[in-house]
Design a protein around this ligand. Sequence first.
Ligand code: FDA
Length: 345
Amino acid sequence: MVILSSPRYLGLEIRVNSGRHSATLCKNELFVPIWNPMSLLRSTFIRLSQNAPIRRFSESSTLGRRMSSRFVAGFRIEDAMAAAHALGSQGLAVTLDSLGENVATPDQARQAAQVYHWLLDAIAPSQLDANVSLKLTQMGMDLSPALAEEIVAGLVQHASIIGSFVRVDMEGTAYTQATIDMVRRLHAKPEFRGHVGIVIQAYLRRSADDIAALLSDGIRIRLCKGAYKEPPDLAFPDKADVDRNYIALMQMLLPSGVFHGIATHDPAMIQATKRFAREQKIGLSTFEFQMLYGIRRDLQRSLVQEGYRVRVYVPFGDEWYPYFMRRLAERPANVLFLARNFFRK
Ligand code: FDA
């Protein structure tokens, strides 16, 4: 239901009802200036990504599970590995992500880590160029940073034994410094060197300083724009500034001699990266582009054909809802795209 509450502001109230579940998102949470409908849609999806009742409802509904399949590779490890093999046969590398975040108990954190151990066991004998990505809040960061570090250390050790790699995704700014500190501590252990990496978000004003520190340790970085809702004192509110910063940060990464991931679907960022690599005579095998499963598959394939390395982030699992909502926030037109495909045979 949409409510126009004043000439300047648009409030949105969203209710979901079914026989067993119902949920309401408070309309006051959604107030944004009416002259920016894109911003309204984006913040609506970001708010929805954090709404527990709607999440429970969606994750258990057949409709929700079907809609999510465009961006999520399935619910089991076998589904993720099947997707990885299909991508591998097209010359694409993968990073596998067992969906989940903000676990509530230490047992849930350990169970989430166990899935990653099974994944690494599945990757080890395969011929795939595959590694894993995880979130610290899925490993118990909200409960005990020490527990999360112990769990992640176990996974990095496993990855180092099989010659693979653990990427720690970057979440909201409440976790930025703690994530950087933890990855630097883990990477400082000689046996973990090169087997753990991090993500830096170009929308954050602090990111150039963070990259300088991480590069001084030789840590592999995935550069992305950033997918969370952050205040303007921490993050650039305008896309043009985010894009400018993305290019500046990419130009710090590529000549560093460390293997980094340029994670974007934005043709302008990709062109800028290609141009910079060409001008600086940076070899195409010294970095990779990274994209999300189901997004710009045409671009993924054409980059491989041009000789670039491309890695696809393959999420899977039951807890797909917050991830899915962040993808809709990035491109609200995806709602129409999904609806059209849903009704197609
Ligand atoms: P931008 O959002 O400016 O979009 C540029 C163009 O790309 C669009 O015009 C459209 O063509 C296409 N596009 C973008 N998003 C799309 C979508 N959802 N559906 C369809 N088309 C789309 N974020 C974070 O905060 N922490 C993290 O750890 C990660 N990890 C991560 C890994 C990988 C491999 C990728 C590719 C991205 C992330 N992200 C992330 C998400 C990232 O921060 C960002 O939100 C998205 O990549 C969207 O930004 P783009 O750079 O694609 O550009």
